[in-house]
Design a protein around this ligand. Structure first.
Ligand code: F0G
Length: 450
């Protein structure tokens, strides 16, 4: 059957306001053509990010009421720790307010000037925290990752040969940790295979280097391993998740993705000495080790979220739902990164609007077009985000799908809007920046249409 059935029914609804094209035109101008400056109430379908935008289940909301707000030794913390221990095998687990807080602590401990951190591809905040410590962040994605039409099943993989060459070139002493981001957000939400994780582990072992996962989307990654990797089809998701974490010495996690919560993160470290130092830093800026800057109710919601995210019914619906949007776009002529990612569809904006030169931001033009035509908010991942002087490999627009929030008819509407915009693509106009900071300009820059 073709219809994707959401494996849940709706208990509470959150209405959004239907806007007209005329209203949206005025809103877009007032926001200086930057979707980050549009108020949430003026957005109909918000695909800006899949982070912190999940719908919580009735069990999670029940957990919110159960949350134990004890300062030290909250029961909610112990419940969370048990769930994560069961899922990942880790014992040393710290809650943090979100992923980047875990990254900040980790790189304050292991980073520093002269150090080099390899990753299959750093997410912005991971890169920023690495560089903030004085270390250098190096991306080692496989070549297929930058070929949008290449349907390699694990385009998130690390180039293992390049990792070995880097270690030989700079020496193991300059590499404090090897990171693997699962799934690989920067390269299109593409998964990493178990085979690749094992190979990276082997290289780490040979050079006595620790391996850490940036595991925000570990469950989506495990689902791809199960459905795409030879020999993995018969295994359960939990078993695969366990093997992924067994291969690692630590992990930073933003629970705002596969934790199915609106706020929260984790830092897990196997080595007791390093873990102890992380505890001290956590107390310094985040909070005591049994709450890490969160309320007891947040910990409770996280514990339940990590239980639900590895269920087959959920993951099957989740990954199929994103893939379905990709198929619809391809059918209407819109080029996207293939195959579909786990959490988002990435439109090739250079293909969509070839008449707009890269220095006039074709991705941003497409983002504005989608808002105008359908009240849909998306995010440019191209020359605007890269910043001045950097030319990214591709001009992309990300349609990130919040978890359990939109129905198939919402997704049909998005596909229809993209298709209609594609038919009128000649009318899209380039943009120029009229005001903007030097760093992280995509958040606040103001644009004018050319
Ligand atoms: N690592 C990856 C791979 C991410 O995608 C993110 C966040 C983080 C770390 C940081 O986590 O936001 O909880 O501090 N990604 C969001 C996104 C913001 O839209 O892709 P955080």
């Amino acid at each position: 059957m073709k219809t994707i059935i959401e494996p849940f029914r709706v208990k509470s609804v959150e209405p959004f306001r239907m806007t007209t094209r005329k209203e949206r035109e005025a809103i877009l101008r007032a926001a200086c053509f930057n979707p980050f400056l549009i108020h949430g109430r003026d957005v109909m379908i918000d695909l800006l990010t899949d982070s912190g935008t999940s719908a919580m289940s009735s069990e999670q909301w029940a957990g919110v009421m159960r949350g134990d707000e004890t300062y030290a030794g909250s029961e909610s913390f112990y419940r969370l720790r048990d769930v994560l221990h069961d899922l990942t095998g880790f014992q040393n687990i710290l809650p943090t307010h979100q992923g980047r807080a875990s990254e900040r602590i980790l790189f304050e401990l292991v980073g520093g000037a002269g150090k080099i951190v390899p990753n299959n591809a750093h997410f912005d905040t991971t890169r920023a925290n690495t560089e903030h410590s004085g270390a250098e962040a190096v991306d080692l994605a496989i070549p297929e990752a930058s070929q949008p039409r290449n349907r390699h099943p694990f385009k998130g993989n690390m180039d293992v040969g390049a990792l070995e060459a880097l270690i030989r070139r700079v020496g193991r002493d300059r590499i404090p940790v090897v990171m693997m981001t699962v799934t690989n957000n920067t390269c299109g939400g593409q998964p990493v295979s178990l085979e690749n994780l094992r190979a990276v582990r082997k290289v780490c072992d040979a050079h006595r280097l620790p391996l850490f996962l940036d595991a925000c989307r570990f469950a989506e990654n495990a689902w791809f391993i199960r459905t795409r990797e030879r020999g993995q089809g018969g295994r359960g998701v939990r078993e695969i998740v366990r093997e992924m974490f067994d291969l690692a010495d630590g992990a930073t996690i933003s629970a705002k993705k596969d934790g199915l919560v609106n706020i929260g993160g984790l830092l897990m470290i196997r080595e007791p000495g390093l873990f102890q130092r992380a505890c001290n830093l956590l107390i310094l800026t985040e909070g005591y080790v049994t709450y890490g800057g969160l309320a007891g109710r947040d910990l409770e919601a996280m514990a339940q979220g990590f239980r639900e995210v590895v269920e087959d019914d959920y993951l099957g619906y989740r990954v199929r739902g994103v893939e379905y949007l990709g198929e619809k776009l391809l059918a209407s002529g819109v080029q996207v990164i293939e195959p579909a990612g786990g959490h988002a569809i990435y439109i090739d904006a250079a293909h969509f609007a070839p008449h707009i030169p890269r220095d006039q931001f074709p991705g941003q033009a497409l983002v504005c077009g989608l808002y105008r035509i359908g009240g849909i908010r998306s995010c440019e991942i191209g020359s605007v985000m890269a910043g001045p002087g950097r030319t990214p490999a591709m001009e992309l627009v990300r349609l990130a799908i919040p978890r359990r929030v939109y129905t198939q008819s919402h997704i049909d509407y998005v596909a229809e809007a993209c298709g209609e915009l594609y038919a009128q693509r000649d009318e899209l106009r380039g943009l120029r920046i009229v005001e903007g900071p030097e760093v992280l300009r995509h958040f606040t820059a103001k644009f004018a249409e050319i």
